[in-house]
Design a protein around this ligand. Sequence first.
Ligand SMILES: C[S@@+](CC[C@H](N)C(=O)[O-])C[C@H]1O[C@@H](n2cnc3c(N)ncnc32)[C@H](O)[C@@H]1O
Length: 274
Amino acid sequence: MDETPTGTQPATSRIDTSVAHPARRYDYFLGGKDNFAADRESADRMMTALPTARVSALENRRFLRRAVEHLAGEAGIRQFLDIGSGIPTSPNTHEIAQGIAPDARVVYVDNDPIVLAHARALLTSGPEGATAYVDADLREPRRILEHPDVRGTLDLSQPVALMLVAVLHFIPDTDDPRGLIAPLIQALAPGSYLVLSHATLDFMPARAAEHIRSLTSAEGFYPRPRAGIETLLSGLDPVDPGLVPTPEWRLQREPAPRPSAADVAGYAAVARVA
Ligand SMILES: C[S@@+](CC[C@H](N)C(=O)[O-])C[C@H]1O[C@@H](n2cnc3c(N)ncnc32)[C@H](O)[C@@H]1O
């Protein structure tokens, strides 16, 4: 594990509790304990705009589980690169994948030092598989691809599931999210997959959406319309049922009633690399 990516500072000394961070805010939405006052205040501000944010976070985790189950099961994927992995929340990607395929190998990547501080909980691979954690930023895709823990854990000549689950909505258009993920997608062998979930305001009335957009962008959160999310998937082949509201992606085994698309405010897809 890359304990001191800056070369000098351990993870805990880089944790700034005075500023809200997406990983800790999401942890608060999920009912976790790894969050601070600034995160909770930011989360509460977001919940005045999106009162169902907790439902949305829980449904996003459910999508992640269904997608990994599908990939490790029917699709036969044995390698996962989970970028924006978040504070460990069981079942984590490797627990789901190795529950189906004990030899699955998973590399987690996040840029938040609190995730690094908790990364040990992600390094609990079974003996037949492997896990690694890399402290890196999605804005530096080449650094991720060249990282020795990525190269040492994954064989990029074989299919990999690249997981960008609830992370790209933290990248504004000005940072060119499609351009950032292009090198990652180009590095994937044929038969790989992209797992994507992304916040949207498409299911809200237009005036409410405009109000919410102004509140959430102040929190560094940028929901996108369907067309913007389709752009992120361009050149890839979404598997059935395509890009759909998150609670609707392969929902067959989920208990009813399901939350509505508006409550979850997200799209999800799993797309194949030809
Ligand atoms: C909402 S959480 C999602 C966690 C997990 N993927 C899930 O869906 O349950 C978003 C995560 O992305 C991370 N993140 C945000 N921007 C990032 C970036 N530029 N590079 C790497 N990680 C980032 C945050 O630190 C946080 O842990």
